[in-house]
Design a protein around this ligand. Structure first.
Ligand code: GLV
Ligand code: MN
Ligand code: MN
Length: 412
């Protein structure tokens, strides 16, 4: 089998996909179920069809593109990632796993390889939490980690119910049908940029992921009292935004004082109501993303932050509602996928290092229903979730080659 990767075509497809964006280049914004996301999906499905893959999509908009193997009844080998992009993001997060997965399949096809088990490329819906506040929506539902009922109760930031949004985007059907049957995948492997600086610093081109960290996310609403910015004197104020300022610092402090650099907390959204220069903020809604590679420590920090937040709310006489959207457990990657990836690196003479993923990924949830693993490639300065995110064509092609080799192994 002479495996080749068409680097020029792959990079040009990554560039084309980056053009489906609601932000000006080089930034990419592609929020799930927007018209831009719809156009990107249409273009992707054309590429999948061109490669002779059989396409299926489910009620939440996960897209599956299958290269049917000779053992038709056997469980498939899956690969893939997401193409939704947070506001003001880059071109590579998720995209490398989808378009790299496609090129890996095309490379295998060119080499004359014929899979015994089917190889299925997946584009997961909404790995990013931008729209519904919860990440990995598609893979969560596929794995049963999020029930159809719980999914149906989600709403976007404009309070539009999930099924209204999916319906408008052209996805219909019973959400209960999204969950995959047992043993659907024999194995799953996701290619992704590292989103951290370690590979680049160590000058090692590939990371074989052994464990995936997981976040807990809160949606917090603070209600104070609004009014005229001139008329209400300071002793009489219950300003929701001033209270929020203290809450956010308590969250930062909670993560900083955990005793481990692995605990990280981020308040990435903050909506102020009514949002007028001369009106005291009466209501604020913000998100908290708290992560650690150590679950008991993350939960302990969450408990301490929560207690401190309640004190602050009481002292400032604001009402605070804190809703835990999810608190996921980290996952171990499957030894058989780790081994297949490692053997593929060795076969091609590529150096690799075992590593922990500090970002979460769809593989976190697929690992609950199938042996799953991930391959990381470096990204410049470790930058991600920003427009200057960059992975070199050489690194992308190398990762794609190792992915192809691994898919061949797992599907034989
Ligand atoms: C994924 O985008 C993450 O936030 O880890
Ligand atoms: Mn991301
Ligand atoms: Mn990603």
């Amino acid at each position: 089998m002479k495996l080749t990767i068409d680097r020029e075509r792959l990079i040009s497809e990554i560039e084309t996909l980056a053009g489906f964006s609601d932000a000006e280049a080089p930034a990419v914004t592609r929020v799930v179920f927007t018209p831009t996301d719809g156009r990107a999906r249409k273009w992707l499905k054309e590429r999948f069809t061109e490669a002779g893959l059989q396409i299926r999509q489910d009620a939440i908009g996960n897209i599956f593109a299958r290269w049917v193997g000779s053992a038709i009844d056997d469980a498939a080998v899956g690969t893939g990632s997401h193409v939704d992009a947070i506001p003001n993001a880059g071109k590579y997060d998720g995209v490398v796993g989808v378009l790299g997965g496609l090129e890996a399949i095309r490379g295998l096809q060119r080499s004359g390889f014929r899979p015994r088990r089917s190889i299925e490329l997946v584009m997961f819906t909404s790995e990013e939490p931008t729209r519904f506040g919860i990440g990995c929506l598609g893979s969560r539902m596929l794995s049963g980690a999020l029930s159809a009922e719980a999914a149906a109760s989600l709403a976007d930031q404009d309070d539009a119910p999930l099924e209204e949004v999916t319906g408008k985007a052209g996805f219909a059907g019973d959400l209960r049908s999204v969950r995959l049957p047992e043993n659907y995948y024999r194995a799953f492997v996701e290619l992704h940029i590292e989103q951290g600086p370690l590979l680049e610093q160590q000058k090692i081109p590939l990371g074989v992921v052994t464990r995936i960290a997981a976040p807990a996310t809160l949606r917090v609403t603070v209600e104070g009292s609004g009014g005229h910015a001139g008329g209400v004197l300071m002793p009489d104020r219950r300003d929701a935004l001033c209270a929020t300022a203290e809450l956010i610092l308590a969250i930062e402090n909670g993560a900083r004082s955990s005793g481990a650099v692995d605990t990280v907390a981020t308040v990435g959204t903050c909506d102020v109501f009514p949002g007028a220069v001369n009106s005291i903020p009466s209501r604020v809604r913000f998100s908290v993303d708290l992560r650690d590679i150590n679950l008991p420590r993350r939960d302990e920090v969450m408990g301490r932050i929560d207690a401190r937040m309640r004190n602050i709310a009481e002292k400032r006489q604001v009402a605070m509602q804190s809703q835990l959207l999810h608190a996921d457990a980290p996952a171990d990657c499957a030894p058989e996928v780790i081994n297949a990836l490692s053997d593929s690196c060795r076969k091609h003479g590529e150096a690799f290092v075992p590593m922990v993923s500090r970002a979460y990924h769809d593989s976190l949830f697929i690992s609950r229903i199938a042996p799953a693993g991930m391959l990381f490639i470096p990204c410049r300065n470790g930058y991600s979730h920003r427009p200057d995110e960059f992975a070199s064509p050489e690194d992308i092609a190398r990762g794609t080659l190792i992915l192809a080799e691994t898919l061949a192994k797992l599907s034989s």
